[in-house]
Design a protein around this ligand. Structure first.
Ligand code: PLP
Length: 418
């Protein structure tokens, strides 16, 4: 008799985006003449940079000729890409990496999920709350999360609240934890940690032999000087941190798929007997067994992100989204909302007015301002009372959405509603 992994049965349905879709569908059925503006889903909208497309065309041509055709590549990624990554993303930060510390992959979603394969089941996991749901769900699948309690939290997961009250800076855990997921710039709050704040986490991990899983998927959006781009800018981090980076939001690769994970040779975890084990060797073993590499064409595309033209085009793309972010922040602040994020990230985290719940605020924006956001509570209990807007949309539509929300706020002030 085949048995299932019963941990999967513990997972509640993923209601957030299907619930949003259902409410949006209902609105559209009732009001087919009112166009909605969607600012909910965290997906890019601009096409791939020209330099990237050019490199893909060339690579496809290479694949069409016997002399330059390629079959399986190295599971860890072609050296032309790995070396370009080290040279461009790390050397300028003063971080030196060996090529075998960088693993090219098809996405940070898979890597942040799959990394659990090489970690013990009995680890106590800490996440910041609100959180990118993949960190929680993959730990549920692995049997590390315990049981789902009535308050919607998992009994074995330690939640580190990030709210306006603590400036979205998680406090160090008061009880022992073994694995800590940190995502900065953060999805969904759009907030960041300074170097000094991140240093506290690295020191904590060194002192307690914990492992930090640092998701830097939004690193390219950092604008402020004191915000670290990589956790390895902090001394000692190579002993305790794995870093995830992605071309998805950096260069419009959400549909093209390429990312990478840095597993330094110094980073270790322990056996029950207390023996140190190099995680680099385990991840290499995991990847070479379960993953067959990213396609040659896509790796050439990723390499082109770092060409002179590519850098210019990517910067322009990010500037476009960040102008949207600035506009959203400015418009909402002027309209009297409490607004966070959007300075070093393409996400804006808005506090629902007058104590409304996330879903109530979502419904009012949908039905009265005709703008779709994402209810903050969908990312965890500390997201209650907030809503996430993304800056990945079209500029004109973003402007129109801000006019609608501002008008809605003014009219609700007059009617003394929210
Ligand atoms: N990490 C975070 C925090 C994200 O928000 C996302 C995508 O939304 C990902 C990882 C996934 O990245 P990828 O497209 O590389 O799988």
């Amino acid at each position: 008799m085949a048995l299932v992994n019963e941990h999967f049965l513990q997972l509640p349905g993923s209601y957030l985006f299907s619930d949003i879709a259902r409410r949006v569908r209902m609105f559209e059925e009732q009001h087919p003449d009112i166009p909605l503006i969607r600012m909910g889903i965290g997906d890019v909208t601009l096409p791939l940079p020209k330099a990237v497309v050019g490199a893909m065309h060339l690579a496809v041509d290479e694949m069409s000729r016997k002399a330059s055709f390629r079959g399986y590549g190295p599971e860890q990624g072609y050296s032309f890409l790995v070396e370009t990554i080290i040279e461009n993303d790390y050397r300028p930060l003063g971080v030196s990496l060996d090529p075998d510390e960088v693993f090219v992959s098809d996405g940070s979603k898979s890597d942040t999920g799959n990394i659990g394969d090489i970690l013990g089941k009995d680890n106590i996991v800490a996440v910041t709350d609100p959180v990118y749901p993949v960190y929680i769900d993959t730990n549920v699948m692995a049997g590390r999360a315990g049981v789902l309690t009535e308050s919607g939290i998992w009994s074995n997961i330690r939640y580190l609240p990030c709210t306006a009250e603590n400036g979205f800076i998680p406090e160090l855990p008061s009880e022992p934890v073994d694995i800590i997921y940190l995502c900065f710039p953060n999805n969904p709050t759009g907030t960041t940690l300074t170097r000094a704040e991140l240093r506290k986490w690295v020191n904590f991990a060194i002192d307690t032999k914990a492992l930090i899983l640092f998701d830097a998927a939004y690193e390219a959006y950092i604008t402020e000087r004191d915000v670290p781009h990589s956790i390895y800018e902090i001394r000692g981090a190579k002993q305790v941190a794995i870093e995830f980076r992605s071309f998805s939001k950096t260069a419009g690769f959400t549909g093209t798929r390429c990312a990478y994970t840095v597993v330094p040779k110094a980073v270790c975890a322990y056996t029950n007997a207390g023996d140190k084990v190099m995680l680099n060797a385990l991840w290499n073993r995991r990847q070479t067994t379960k993953f067959n590499g990213v396609s040659y064409v896509v790796q050439r595309a990723a390499q082109a992100v770092y060409s002179e033209e590519g850098i210019r085009q990517v910067q322009k793309m990010i500037a476009y989204y960040m102008q949207n972010a600035l506009l959203i922040r400015k418009s909402l602040l002027e309209a009297g909302f409490e607004v966070f994020g959007g300075v070093n990230a393409p996400y804006i985290w808005v506090r629902a007015p007058k104590g409304l719940t996330s879903w109530k605020f979502f419904d009012m924006l949908l039905n009265e301002a005709h703008v779709v956001g994402t209810p903050g509570v969908g990312f965890g209990p500390s997201g209650e009372g907030y809503l996430r807007l993304t800056a990945f949309g079209d500029k004109k539509l973003t402007q129109e959405a801000m006019s609608r929300i501002t008008a809605w706020k003014l009219s609700s002030l007059k009617s003394n509603n929210p």
